[in-house]
Write a protein of this length. Structure first.
Length: 136
């Protein structure tokens, strides 16, 4: 059931012409932005946002510290690392880590070193400088 009156084409054209060149004030833009935040936004997915969405939200809504949470070194860019395996928008479930500390805490650094070692054992360079498998 649709409510309200449907405008005629002529009426729509008049409204459109009257609105041309009008700009919203900074105050109005702020109000419009506020109205579309959180659950009122058409793209809102509730309590089950995807990985990328959570990270984008945290970066946008929480200030990045100057230092890594683990090694305390100053870095220009820090990763957002989940520490509780609960993926939601709560900053308490995340740490700001440098890439090195993030890879160490996830165990990715050891996996990378192990795969690099295996690759070196099975790979050679030919006279042209190309990588080839040993024994081929």
């Amino acid at each position: 059931m649709k409510l309200g009156k449907k405008h005629s084409k002529k009426s729509i054209e008049k409204i459109s012409e009257a609105m041309k060149g009008r700009k919203h004030s900074a105050e109005t833009k702020k109000k419009m932005s506020k109205i579309k935040k959180g659950s009122r936004n058409g793209m809102w997915v509730g309590d089950k946002p995807c990985y990328i969405t959570v990270h984008m939200y945290l970066r946008r809504n929480h200030k990045q510290p100057a230092k890594c949470s683990l090694c305390k070194k100053e870095k220009t860019t820090l990763d957002i690392a989940n520490i509780t395996n609960i993926y939601n928008r709560d900053i308490k479930n995340y740490n700001w880590l440098c890439r090195s500390c993030h890879m160490k805490s996830d165990g990715r650094l050891e996996k990378l070193k192990k795969s690099n070692l295996e690759w070196r054992k099975t790979t050679l360079r030919n006279p042209k400088g190309q990588f080839i498998k040993k024994g081929v």
